[in-house]
Design a protein around this ligand. Sequence first.
Ligand SMILES: Nc1nc2c(ncn2[C@@H]2O[C@H](COP(=O)(O)OP(=O)(O)OP(=O)(O)O)[C@@H](O)[C@H]2O)c(=O)[nH]1
Ligand SMILES: [Mg+2]
Length: 338
Amino acid sequence: MLLISFLGVIVVWGITAVVVFFSVVLGVLPSLIHLFETGHWVDPKILLYPSPEHAWILFASVLFFVLLPALILLLLFLGVVRGGRRKTGIGTQWYEITNRRVAVVLTAFDDEESVGQAVDQFRRAVPQGIVYVVDNNSRDRTAEVAREHGAIVVRESRQGYGYACMKGLRTALSDATNEIIILAEGDMTFNARDTLKMLPYLEDCDMVIGTRTNYVLTNPESQMDWFLSWGNLFLALLVRLRFWNSWFLGRVQLTDVGCTFRTIRRSALERMIDDLTIGSMEFSPHMILVALKNGLSIIEVPIRFQARVGRSKGAGASRLRAIRIGLQMLKEITFQRY
Ligand SMILES: Nc1nc2c(ncn2[C@@H]2O[C@H](COP(=O)(O)OP(=O)(O)OP(=O)(O)O)[C@@H](O)[C@H]2O)c(=O)[nH]1
Ligand SMILES: [Mg+2]
């Protein structure tokens, strides 16, 4: 298996390198395009030393044809070596979850406009639940509003989405009666009723994650545009390659890495909680990778994704911020040891 995957990598890489060499470096491709457009053949050598505008095309081509396949092949190679042989996952047990106590953890940072409604909807959707709101140094009335709506407010002083999530998960674990933990945001982007779609799958696996890259369920007013959708699909593919299974194209059929809405059983969370360390926005994929590293079984479920109430501070804040968060996630998924 190891030899076959290694040879596969070499062959595909070799073909890619030859294509790039002839099409980009020798300028054959630009010559062909020129021939097609004008009917005149230009000596590829003329295109060998491109003008500044052509340099960008060259750079982008090299990036696209060489670096991207290299990255994917490397991850594929590592993944095949690590986990390609296993036929099934570990999610073959059956967990009884009826009437168990559910703890809902909502992150909140300056979210006074939305947090009250968010607490209300989760209390309605999960009547057997208790709602914790993690207030991450909010400068507005987030904590008061959450308390008024019946939530237990805990404070996280270290600033960051990841710190807020970790605090909430640890708080939920600290009460031994909480058997199922739901993580979500207090910004009204999620629909609490989707919990009812997630909980049944928790009978089959350790963690259920929502996906927002679903055409049918994504509200056009939400932050999920083509860029975030493609970005999440691409990063999810890399996660699948890192924890590869040749039979099912990955140990988890992941299509989104940035969805906070997830449900996890207490025993599963206890197994991984000490490995959670990232305080910033890459926490989302980090938690998935830590779960996979610890052998947890994960199922992804399509959920509704709605427009945010209040001001966005994450990937929805601006395109630049989304790119920065995306690159941080890419670094985490590609280079971090798991
Ligand atoms: N960005 C950010 N979010 C935090 C922080 N602390 C807690 N949060 C909460 O983490 C969640 C994610 O932030 P959002 O502003 O919703 O960012 P997003 O989900 O990427 O994008 P939108 O939902 O479109 O705004 C929210 O519930 C925030 O209130 C922090 O320091 N930075
Ligand atoms: Mg949000």
